[in-house]
Write a protein that binds this ligand. Structure first.
Ligand SMILES: *[C@@H]1O[C@H](CO)[C@@H](O)[C@H](O)[C@H]1NC(C)=O
Ligand SMILES: *[C@@H]1O[C@H](CO)[C@@H](O)[C@H](O)[C@H]1NC(C)=O
Ligand SMILES: *[C@@H]1O[C@H](CO)[C@@H](O)[C@H](O)[C@H]1NC(C)=O
Length: 470
């Protein structure tokens, strides 16, 4: 198999120099021929004549194709044995992963190999040569009818001509080698609840459309090469180098023609699974860092004087609005509309809530501060009245104070303890407001520390890749 692999995959052939060399050779030959005077004695022509080139020319693959029949029957149709088809994916480029459409796109060379004695027996005996069938001639021989069950859209590569070739050999097993370059967009069901620390497993399934297991058996050609994942060219900065796994499984389809008549058809499906780990660093540096900075900004609120309403309210509202805008922008980025929350949503929501609590807390503190201030004003007025009365030597009779107090459903101050009670209440309100602020100064950072610790420990466990472990 080793020998096949090397010739089959044709990897690592530096095309540039080869093309250049052949152009050069053609140009030289042209010059030599047009020049006229030069005969076959030219050393260049001699070397061409002397090579095995002319020997190969004597036999053309066209001779084989002319005699070949049975394009639509598989090689082992008559013997009844299943045909073994070996399959390989090489030179894989992972071009795109689209979370919104739940699809991914790869470009790969699909290699297929099978035995077709009908071609091989027509090749010249004792020939080591590998003959190539190109272009439209390929459609003159039997090809396995592979299909991709998860395919949404796909294309051949047609530049400069369709990128496919069949190579046939008399001696190499199994004998017919077919390479075709494809771009495949396939659906991939992604679970995004750990986004942006998620891993995604995207399968490329390969099966035959019309042959069942008894007629055509699919095998991976060299699973060892595929297992490592190093052969994949990753063109996505958001993911680390994927791990891949090549497996196969069979599915059974049951046809029920009539009530009593039923037959099963078993298909082999090859499963080439690419496992991608998202690198969450970008999201940590942008969205997550911004939102926790906004949380700390809103935390500054607890250090401002409760009487500075304009300062505290503007800081509170600004941080809440900024956090909400930032969160809604960040959670929409590149994701479909999900009915569950992602890890990023959890982070953003927690931080938005911290800023909202900062604003709501000021609502409470403000009420307490206003009450304290009203009591202080009342106390001030009371003191002034008492002073006036004492100066005038009259009994207490202040209409304004009485009016205010009556309206509030309270009894007017009657004794000298009243002033003391009011001042005590005012101090109590002040103390509550202060205690709430002081409590929040400690509570918010401790909540954030606990939250970050819990978050990191929860999601790094997932990040280590449970999705790909199986
Ligand atoms: C032609 O090929 C055969 C077998 O590959 C080799 O033995 C022979 O030397 C070649 N002839 C020339 C002239 O190179
Ligand atoms: C066909 O399917 C039926 C129902 O699942 C099962 O009982 C039976 O064994 C199958 N036959 C074969 C040959 O697999
Ligand atoms: C394909 O293989 C992967 C990895 O082994 C597995 O997780 C996945 O379920 C397989 N897909 C199907 C359709 O069986």
């Amino acid at each position: 198999m080793d020998r096949i692999d090397k010739r089959f995959s044709g990897k690592g052939m530096p095309l540039g120099p080869l093309v250049y060399l052949s152009i050069l050779t053609v140009t030289c030959l042209h010059f030599v021929a047009v020049g006229g005077q030069i005969s076959s004695t030219s050393p260049l022509m001699q070397s061409v004549d002397a090579s095995n080139y002319s020997v190969q020319k004597a036999f053309s693959i066209e001779d084989v194709l002319a005699q070949y029949s049975g394009k639509s029957t598989r090689p082992n149709e008559k013997t009844g044995r299943p045909d073994d088809v070996y399959c390989a994916l090489t030179e894989i480029n992972l071009d795109a992963v689209d979370e919104t459409k739940m699809e991914f796109r790869i470009t790969a060379t699909l290699g297929l190999a099978w035995a077709d004695p009908r071609i091989q027996s027509l090749l010249p005996a004792n020939s080591d040569t590998i003959y190539s069938i190109r272009g439209a001639d390929i459609d003159r021989i039997w090809l396995p009818d592979l299909y991709f069950p998860l395919l949404k859209d796909g294309d051949f590569h047609k530049i400069t001509s369709t990128n496919r070739v069949v190579r046939v050999s008399k001696h190499l097993y199994p004998g017919v080698f077919y390479n075709i370059r494809l771009t495949l967009t396939q659906s991939c069901h992604m679970k995004l609840s750990n986004f942006p620390f998620d891993s995604q497993k995207c399968d490329t399934l390969i099966s035959t459309f019309s042959y069942d297991d008894g007629e055509l058996k699919l095998h991976w050609m060299y699973s060892q090469l595929i297992e490592t994942g190093s052969g994949i060219q990753l063109n996505l900065p958001q993911f680390s180098q994927p791990t891949v796994k090549a497996t196969d499984f069979t599915v059974e389809e049951i046809y029920q023609a009539q009530e009593s008549v039923q037959f099963n058809v078993t298909y082999t499906i090859l499963n080439f699974s690419i496992c991608l780990h998202r690198l969450g660093g970008f999201f940590v540096l942008t969205d997550m860092l911004t939102s926790i900075i906004l949380s700390f900004l809103s935390w500054l609120n607890y250090w401002l004087d409760p009487d500075q309403a304009p300062a505290r309210i503007s800081l509170g509202i600004t941080t809440v609005l900024a956090a909400i805008t930032q969160a809604s922008n960040a959670s929409k980025r590149g994701l479909p509309e999900l009915s569950y929350i992602t890890a990023l949503d959890v982070w953003l929501t927690a931080n938005v809530n911290v800023t909202i609590i900062g604003l709501a807390e000021y609502g409470l503190v403000h009420v307490l501060a206003v009450r304290a201030r009203r009591l202080e004003e009342r106390l001030e007025r009371l003191t002034k009245d008492k002073y006036k009365q004492r100066m005038a030597g009259q009994p207490p009779q202040d209409e304004e104070t009485s009016f205010v107090l009556c309206r509030r459903g309270r009894t007017a101050p009657k004794d000298t303890d009243e002033g003391q009670l009011i001042s005590q209440a005012a101090v109590r309100y002040r103390q509550w407001a202060k205690r709430i602020d002081q409590g929040m100064r400690v509570a918010v950072p401790s909540f954030l520390v606990v939250f970050v610790a819990a978050y990191v420990s929860t999601y790094t466990i997932y990040w280590n890749g449970d999705e790909c472990a199986q």
